[in-house]
Design a protein around this ligand. Sequence first.
Ligand code: UD2
Length: 312
Amino acid sequence: MALYLITGIGGFIGSSLARALLSSGEQVRGVDNFSTGKRENIAEILDRIDFREADIGDLDAMHKACAGVDFVLHQAAIPSVPKSVQDPLGSNRANVDGTVNVLVAARDAQVTRVIYAASSSAYGDTPTLPKNEAMSPDPISPYAVAKLASERYMISFSRCYQLETVSLRYFNIFGPRQDPSSPYSGVLARFIMQMLRGEQPTIFGDGETSRDFTYIDNAVEANLLACKAPANQAAGQVFNVATGTRITLNQAFKSLQGMTAYSGQPRYEPERKGDIKHSLADISKAQAGLGYNPKVNFEEGLRRTVEWYRRK
Ligand code: UD2
C-alpha cells in the first residue's frame, strides 16, 4: 500500500483518481482550494481520504502535504484556454508558480515520483497530425504556455534533483463530474448539460474543429501506469494520453442529439481567441513506455457521461 497525494482532488480528474486508488486499496491524501474543484466531488469519499483544504501557492502547506508521500498526482490547475486569455497572471500563478511549489515540496520530502497533468494545448496549431512528443511545441494561449512551462519544470527537476517526474499530455479529457456550469467548462460537459435541459448549445467556429476527446477512465489508467512504469522508460518523460482518433464538434453534437433526444440545432458563433483547430494524438510512445491502451472509446464514454448527468 502506497500513499498518494492528489493536488486538485476536488476536480473531476483528481476526484476520479482518488476513487480509483481507494478501490485498489491505496492510501489517498488530497489538497484543493476549491477555486475550480467542488466539495461535492469528494463528499462521498471524504471519510476515506486525508483531505486538506489548501492552495498549491502555499509552500508551507505543500511541504506538509508531501510528508511521507510516495507518489504525487499533480492535477491542480486553472484549466481553461479562454480564462487564461482573460487573466494570464492568474493562469501563471496557478499553473506555473503552483507547480514549482509542488515540485520543491516533493523534492524536499523525497517523494518517489510526481505525475503531472500536462496538456495537448502545448502542440498549438501546427498542421501535422497526429501529434507526437518529438514535435516542437508551439503553444498559443497563456494556458498552453503555462502548461508547457510546468512540463519543462518537471523535466528540470528530474535532471537537477533526481526527482522522478512523468508528464502526461492530456487530450481533452471528459466524463462524469466534469463541471458543466461555467462558460469555461469543457465543451462536452457543456453540450450535455444544455441538451439535457433542452437549451441550445453554441459551437464556436464552423463545427469542423476536431479534438481527440478522451474518456476519464483512460486518463486514470495512464496515471496508475505512470506511477509503476520502470524509471528508465518513464522518468523525465512526456507522454500523450489520448485515444488516437478525432471527432469534430459537429459529430459530437450529432451523437449527443441521439443520446439526449435534443431536437434543436446548435447556434454557431465566431471562434474563440487562443483556440486551436485540430488535435489528434499519436499514442505509440505511451503504449510502448507505459503499457497504456485506451479501454473506453469516444461513443461509449459519451454514453456513460450522458447517463451520469441524467441521473444527477
Ligand atoms: C484545452 C486542451 C485540453 C485541456 C483543456 C483544459 C487543446 C487541443 N486541448 O482544451 O487538452 O488541457 O484545454 O481546459 O488545446 N467550444 C464550443 N462551445 C462551447 C465550449 C467550447 O464550441 O460551449 C469549443 C471551443 O471553442 C474549442 C472546443 O470546443 O474549439 C474545445 O474547447 P474546450 O474548452 O472543451 O477544450 P480545449 O480544446 O480548449
